[in-house]
Write a protein that binds this ligand. Sequence first.
Ligand code: URA
Ligand code: SF4
Length: 223
Amino acid sequence: MTTKVPGAEDFVPDTRDVSILADAVQACRGCELYRDATQAVFGQGSANATVMFVGEQPGDQEDQAGEPFVGPAGKLLDKALVAAGIDRERLYVTNAVKHFKFTLPERGKRRIHKTPSRTEVVACRPWLLAELDAVRPQVLVLLGATAAKALMGDDFRLTAHRGEVLNLPAITEPTEPDIDPAVVATVHPSSVLRGPAENRQQAFDALTEDLRVAAGLICGRRR
Ligand code: URA
Ligand code: SF4
């Protein structure tokens, strides 16, 4: 990438200290999303975690709480983690985009999640790369197409490669961390909630199955 696109780069401090990053993200103006959101929602969990999970962006509840995956998608993720035998306490959990993007259909109505654009994902990626460089996970789980494309490239097809053990490609950014985690991409937990009720159990089981692949890697890498 030779042309300078607006982005978070100028706002990300040169540090591997997650708490310094988490403070600094509140001042980020790398894209327009900070304007309407309540606050930035940074990653959470142990800075020494072996496993990092990446979602899309904070939702309505996360935007208000300032914590990732505390709303309905987070509750479903918690259930799937239990089913896959992964302890959330041991994870570092974050999102590809740190501010909530939404539309307000009518005054006083509930804010509706909007998928972040490729430009916003790329603008926010320096924060994600800084988290990767700080936490240095051995296993990386990408939840949904936004997270998967953010790190695997825009051509990545989740439906073709979910549940496979993958490697991180070169990202061609100056701040690209020198790490080589095992990567598993799967669907976003909210896709399980949004799908038709009669398919929900099947979709949940498939998510759990992919998470078990990640769980197997965690055990393998600890030995
Ligand atoms: N969906 C996400 O991708 N991340 C959250 O933190 C909450 C919902
Ligand atoms: Fe910065 Fe990311 Fe928020 Fe945009 S979404 S303002 S790049 S932290």
